[in-house]
Design a binder for this molecule. Sequence first.
Ligand code: HEM
Length: 412
Amino acid sequence: MDIATIVNGLLGPEGRREPYPLYEELRALGPVVQTDEYMVMVTGHEEADEVLRTPAFGVIDPELATRFEPDYLEHPGQTLLGDSILQRNAPDHGRMRSLISSVFTPRRVAALEPAVTAAVDALLDELAEHGDGPVDFLDAFAFRLPIGVICELLGVPEQDRHLFRPLAADLTVTLEALVEDAELVAADRAAGELSQYFAELAARRRADPKDDLVSALVATADADPQRLSDTELLANLALLLVAGFETTGNLLGNALALLLRHPDTAARLREGALDPAALVDEVLRFDSPVQLTSRIALTEGLTVGGMPVPLHTGVLLLIGAANRDPRRYADPGRFDPDRAAGRPLSFGGGPHYCLGAQLARLEATAALPALLRRFPDLAAAGPAVWRERLVLRGYRTLPVTLTGGAAEPSSR
Ligand code: HEM
């Protein structure tokens, strides 16, 4: 297969649902492949890791985005996260990231463990109310848990939490490689609503601080506005919210779909014979909720895996492919929670390494064994349907019954 056919395939509906065969076609051409004059694609684990750890491969910040997409600034759906750490390079990135990490600390996350366990139990109680009927696991559990957790951490009041799943779904379409006009309109609207929401919440916390992340970030920003402007504050709050649940919801969905297809693994997890952390790492490797990210050469003279990457050449890092690199993982297409092969690239690496990795792991390791113990007969209740997204990989629906098998586990 030639490169153009592979790339078109990945952008099409079938490739977005099932990218793995196309990744292998690409890998057959080498771990780093030049797609055209402006772009290389990386499927190799070592090469992708090297790019992530090399600051001279930067993210496409607003200034670069404006250069390549002249109407970039007209779309809040694109610019909102452009002011966050996700889309800034040094020195802005380090300035903002050190501020955010100073309030989003490992201690604060670890202290959440009892609250996460309580949230899991409460959601399982609610799930039990569905009785024998089929229920969509994503609606009823997978998204509700991380939305509740990140909102609790940020200090978003309970009555507002239902607003965010549709807004995040609309906004994150701008992370995809191809965005249709109607999707961009919806993303712009979502960005407007999210920044207005956080502007109002920040104002309320400024007047009446509480023990939450919004209050802590507002206080830090107010103490030294040079270190965090108002726009940056809102952008980073929106990022924390969206990144905090969109990916984790998909992790839980992808994990359950795999457990339904691997009943022996599910049984071991339920019985305490499999370390939940190992299971979660293998789900992250095998079916990563983030499948790709990109970088751009910020200086001359860079190379990846020996291939020259001239200034302003884009680098697409296919995380989902790197996680199945046979040079790194033996028999990579086999789901095997016992492989203990080190952490996959699903949380990125280098300066932009995911700030929420610890939190996502905490939620998934608390939720999955508890779910299987509470509902030992949990089974698929019809085909699981993928969302047609390449970057953020997850299911649209994942119907299950809590009390016993109605259908063969399958996906389409
Ligand atoms: C399974 C769940 C998650 C996955 C797979 C994931 C994945 C990622 C990846 C791949 C990146 C790096 C992007 C890049 O380098 O271009 C990233 C960055 C980030 N993630 Fe996560 N994430 C998850 C959960 C979370 C959670 C729960 C939070 C917040 C509470 C979060 C907050 C962030 C933030 C703030 C960044 C930007 C860091 C920076 O640019 O310096 N993520 N995440």
